[in-house]
Design a protein around this ligand. Structure first.
Ligand SMILES: [Zn+2]
Length: 820
């Protein structure tokens, strides 16, 4: 799944921590602790034919499912199907009434005679239920009469069993047919090929979808409702773009690069897109950002790109659409055998996001994104002791950035180790040899060795089965007698548990007055010394030129050397790293000047961003002047950062007026919202009035209104409480409500009326509102919210990805010093 976590970076500054967490949340479940090892199987599910009907008002599903199975051992007397909360009406075995019993998690069908290995049976099950998860209804109500009717599913990790009784663990694959009977005006999307749509006598229609290649059952998808579909095709394969009624204008800006992505990935991999269709369907209230159901990706409508905002967005929805498309090979064509090997799905999907980055914008962009991924990973110390392949996770989200970001990074290192040709040769062989199968990490190792004759066992031991990454402490001196740069390199990570010392080649770039040279060294022990010839004192020393190794680096250098690197480093990570280091030098006017120069003139937008942030950290009038110059940047996403950084210069009395002008006049809404945030941050005298005015303004996606509602929280002026109460009330647009809930969370914390209002939102039908309320309550610190949050948790109706956040909120509230 994805992964709004990458959208974090592009979200405007005005967005509060609540929303950031929300975004992080949209990363899907990483796995389940209750079944860390794949099951041993008694039977093979060979085909599953499901027919679903819905009682929309009652939020009920009625189903008929025919499971074609083959016994995998002798003496199989019972067949277990995962089934949670479903009422089984009848079971027939090969056309005759069958015996069955239920546990809370299983439907157990007893065979009349024990089956022998290879014996086949047809099990037909009639059932109904009101799924707690797995299948979701989004419906209009008195507050939202315009809401399109939508039904959608989310199977990963193990939720398909909530609406179909079936074998529901990834280590089996089946062909599948899905029939869905719905109102005539609805459309549906499911896996595979649309066989046909049949009119029923009662005026409904039955859509018939058939997936002729195998899938694991968590990848089954059903979407039905008042959607609009636009069709296209790619090499004869139908492409379907599906959005809720009313969102038609987002289709083009969101999906317009799908064909280029299909071209790029098919060409790079040498394995053409493997399915009978590719559908993207965006649904409201989706519980992840994206989900790579086989041939039929689901997305949240939050990912849709408003055409009026497309030009001011650096990469639109590409992060999520490229991620899910990559999964169609990695995750769907070959599927992890158990959740411990989830990186074989997610690491590749993350890596190919960057392959798309590079294809669209060039290597500078992709390198910079990797550098930022590295920083994010380094900021989560809990990830360090845990290997990428682990059966030891105790919840679904805690270690996901190992499975996503770190694994994507490791694949980048593997790519560089093998070289372009061998890397893709190995991937092609891995995909072909394991096509239609479930895999573990050793399958990839073996495929690489078979295809390239390169043994990667040590690499996998370090990076996949071992934990952590090197923490380097580096220093150098110049020996003017010997004409040598002497470099001392230490690995300072604590060697314990699964964390060892790392062994790898590292490129060191040294520039002197007469030129620059890159040297390759082999780093392998805790402490090493290296010497390089240099005809004069170095102007610049870069350890791991271009940032090709996932690492943390502690490398103190003189300001002059860093300034040289910011100006003359050839790669975007090298210049970015210098900008960050210079941003820690509070009292050096040369650092300010160099950062200002880079903020205005660096050809790459990311280095301008890092320089502006460095200036913001330094503060003071000289830095402010440089940041103000950055407000003229032609790229809206750089201007946005400049304006946000102005929030660090509250001593300047002229700033409120400047920011107010930007808030009303910048051509990009993301810059205007950043100005609102900065006004709140500096506690400008006019901030309250400017925010009140912005709440009243209409803008694409309500960007200005939502930003100002959130910023009231940061401003901390309780005069905003009535406004926030008004905008958080049922009936207001959901986005505005979420923003108002985030804003009010910060205000008047002892006010129990606010807390009670937030508690009441926990029971609303909207997932987005509930989760906004969870975060708001966590932030208010009122222990009165603990019991209602525990109730919500125990209802168990929210998908696995949400539970940990409710638990986190409860933990935070319990940890408060008792008030009142
Ligand atoms: Zn994914």
């Amino acid at each position: 799944m994805t992964q709004a976590r990458h959208h974090r970076r592009h979200i405007s500054a005005a967005v509060s921590w609540t929303l950031l967490l929300l975004a992080a949340l949209a990363v899907p479940s990483a796995g389940r602790a209750d079944e860390p090892y794949a099951r041993s199987r008694d039977y093979d599910l060979q085909n599953i034919r499901t027919h679903l009907w819905f009682d929309i008002e009652q939020r009920q599903v009625r189903g008929e499912v025919n499971e074609s199975i083959m016994a995998l051992r002798d003496n199989v007397s019972e067949l277990r199907f995962d089934s949670v909360g479903l009422t089984i009406e009848s079971v027939t075995v090969d056309g005759r009434t069958g015996k069955f019993s239920m546990t809370s998690n299983d439907l157990i069908v007893t065979l009349e005679h024990p089956a022998a290995r290879g014996e086949r049976h047809e099990i037909l099950i009639h059932y109904h239920g009101q799924p707690k998860k797995g299948l979701y209804f989004v419906l209009p109500d008195k507050n939202y009469p315009q809401q399109p009717e939508e039904i959608w599913t989310q199977g990963e990790a193990e939720d398909t069993r909530y609406y179909i009784p079936l074998y529901d663990y990834p280590n089996d694959r089946t062909t599948s047919e899905m029939l869905v009977t719905v109102p005539a005006a609805w459309i549906t999307i499911s896996n595979g090929r649309l066989v046909g749509v049949k009119d029923e006598a009662d005026g409904t229609k039955t859509w018939d979808w058939k997936q002729s290649e195998t899938l694991s059952t968590y990848l089954i998808s059903v979407i039905a409702g008042e959607f609009v579909e636009r069709d296209d095709s790619w090499h004869g394969i139908p492409l379907r773009y599906v959005v809720p009624r009313g969102k038609e204008s987002t289709i083009e800006p969101t999906f317009e690069r799908t064909k280029q992505m299909l071209d790029l990935f098919s060409t790079k991999l040498g394995v053409p897109y493997p399915w009978a269709q590719y559908a993207h369907a965006a649904v409201d209230e989706f519980v992840a950002t994206g989900m790579e159901n086989t041939s039929a990706t689901s997305l949240t409508t939050h990912s849709l790109v408003n055409p009026r905002l497309a030009a001011e967005d650096h990469d639109g929805a590409d992060e999520v659409t490229s991620h899910e498309l990559a999964h169609q090979w990695f995750g769907d064509l070959v599927t992890c055998k158990d959740w411990a090997n989830l990186w074989l799905n997610e690491g590749f999907a993350d890596y190919f996001q960057r392959v798309w980055n590079e294809g669209r914008y060039g290597a500078d962009d992709a390198d910079y994104e990797f550098w930022r991924d590295q920083n994010e990973w380094n900021h989560q110390p809990r990830l360090f002791p845990m290997p990428i392949v682990s059966r030891d996770f105790d919840d679904s989200t805690e270690y996901q950035d190992n499975v996503y970001d770190k694994a994507g990074w490791v694949l980048r290192m593997l790519h560089e180790k093998l070289g372009d040709e061998d890397f893709y040769r190995a991937l092609r062989h891995y995909l072909e040899a394991n096509r239609g199968q479930n895999v573990v990490s050793a399958d990839l190792q073996k495929a690489i060795e078979q295809a390239t004759s390169t043994n990667v066992d040590k690499f996998f031991d370090q990076w996949i089965y071992g934990a952590g990454a090197p923490k380097f402490a580096v220093s150098y001196t110049y020996d003017s007698d010997a004409h040598q740069v002497k470099l001392a390199v230490q690995q300072t990570q604590k060697v314990e548990g699964r964390v060892g010392l790392f062994d790898m080649p590292v490129n060191v770039e040294i520039a002197t007055a007469s030129g620059r040279e890159t040297h390759s060294i082999e780093v392998s022990s805790a402490s090493q010394a290296f010497a390089f010839p240099a005809d004069g004192p170095p102007l610049m020393v870069i350890f791991d030129r271009g940032d090709h190794i996932l690492k943390a680096l502690d490398f103190k250098r003189d300001p002059a050397v860093l300034i040289y690197q910011l100006k003359n480093g050839e790669t975007t990570p090298d210049r970015s790293e210098a900008a960050v280091a210079l941003g820690t030098l509070k009292t050096d006017p040369n650092a300010v000047a160099a950062l200002g120069n880079a903020a205005q003139h660096d050809p790459f937008w990311g280095v301008r961003v890092e320089s502006l942030q460095g200036l913001g950290r330094i503060g003071g009038p000289d830095a402010e002047k440089q940041v103000l110059a950055g407000v003229r940047d032609s790229a809206p996403w750089v201007r946005e950062v400049a304006v946000r950084e102005l929030g660090n210069f509250k001593e300047d009395d002229s700033l409120p007026l400047k920011l107010s002008k930007i808030a009303s006049a910048d051509p990009a809404y993301r810059v205007r919202t950043a100005a609102l945030g900065a006004l709140a941050k500096i506690q400008a005298q006019n901030a309250f009035e400017v925010l009140v005015a912005a709440v009243k303004m209409d803008s694409p996606d309500d960007a200005l209104r939502e930003a100002s509602l959130r910023d009231f929280g940061r401003l901390g002026n309780i005069r905003a409480v009535p406004i926030l109460m008004e905008w958080s009330a049922a009936g207001k647009p959901l986005g505005s409500r979420q923003a108002a809930i985030a804003g009010i969370a910060e205000l008047d914390k002892p006010n129990e009326a606010i807390t009670q209002m937030l508690i009441s939102y926990l029971n609303e039908p909207s997932f987005d509102i509930r989760i906004a309320a969870v975060f708001a309550l966590a932030g208010r610190g009122d222990p009165g919210a603990i019991a209602p949050l525990e109730d919500l948790l125990h209802k168990g109706e929210l998908t696995i990805a949400i539970g940990p956040y409710i638990e986190l909120a409860i933990r935070l509230l319990k940890a408060q010093p008792t008030q009142k």
